[in-house]
Design a binder for this molecule. Structure first.
Ligand code: GDP
Ligand code: MG
Length: 253
């Protein structure tokens, strides 16, 4: 009697891949990464995309990887590719049947990510929302940021007809089919990459729903000074307009 040698030919597909973008997260990533590595178990994978860091994020993540060698994949890109670039890289490395992403700072707990996962239920994607009835946001940052967020959503509705209340929340989950279809067309590196992803997904006819979430705001420095705020807002506006032009010029993506 021989043991079947076919074990190696059976492609073991993880059930779930979660991309964790990390830029200078040495001080915040450990509890998040541990919690998510425990959450995905042996049938899931976490792809940490470390990039443009000037702190010890890579060393911290590599140390944790020793505890979860089969669950944590680390991709290190020294040059700055932005959060959008990082998610795209993560998508390209993801092997799961369901593929998502979540912020490294712990804004979304595994409990809330799991609610998102359960909400996927036959849809092609589900995005977490901080602006729906039933959403809860702790530590909500400045009024300015809130206004900017509302204005941004309004623009995504006017320009692209997106039906969502919050395109920018850092927790999203999609089927592998959606990700592999849309991924080659993604270009945006900045914070408008979520909009690009959602617009393209709709263009391809995918059904992506929005689900209220619980969120704890750990803001970056982008909006902390008035000049930074204005600069970031203008850059995002420009980026959205570029996307609009591209969509208009490409009737079938
Ligand atoms: N890899 C990578 N991750 C990034 C970059 N910019 C932001 N992130 C990550 O994206 C997530 C959200 O960033 P954060 O600074 O918390 O943004 P905010 O909460 O929207 O103000 C965190 O996990 C960051 O580490 C980047 O340029 N590259
Ligand atoms: Mg944050």
């Amino acid at each position: 009697m021989a043991f079947s040698a076919r074990g190696g030919t059976t492609k073991r597909t993880p059930e779930l891949s979660i991309v964790l973008p990390a830029h200078n997260e040495a001080r915040r990533i450990t509890p998040t990464l541990k919690a998510y590595a425990d959450y995905v178990g042996d049938r899931g994978q976490i792809i940490v995309v470390v990039n443009g860091c000037t702190d010890d994020t890579l060393a911290v993540v590599q140390q944790l990887q020793l505890d979860y060698p089969r669950r944590i994949v680390v991709v290190n890109i020294p040059e700055a590719i932005g959060k959008g670039g990082a998610i795209r890289t993560g998508f390209a490395n993801a092997r799961g049947q369901v593929i998502g992403f979540v912020d490294a700072d712990g804004a979304t707990t595994v409990k809330d990510f799991d609610r998102l996962r359960r909400a996927l239920d036959g849809h092609d994607g589900v995005i977490a929302s901080r602006w729906m009835l039933g959403s809860r946001v702790y530590n909500r940052t400045s009024v300015l940021r809130r206004i900017a967020s509302k204005a941004f959503v309004l623009l995504t509705r006017i320009l692209f007809g997106l039906p969502y209340h919050d395109t920018q929340c850092g927790a999203k989950l999609f089927t592998a089919k959606l990700v592999t279809t849309v991924q080659p067309h993604l270009r945006h590196r900045d914070m408008t990459f979520d909009v690009e992803l959602l617009v393209l997904a709709r263009r391809f006819g995918f059904d992506v729903i929005e689900q209220p979430t619980v969120w704890t705001d750990y803001a970056s420095a982008t909006f902390t000074s008035p000049t930074g705020f204005i600069r970031a807002s203008l850059a995002m506006l420009l980026s959205l307009l570029k996307l609009k032009l591209r969509i208009m010029r490409t009737p079938v993506v």
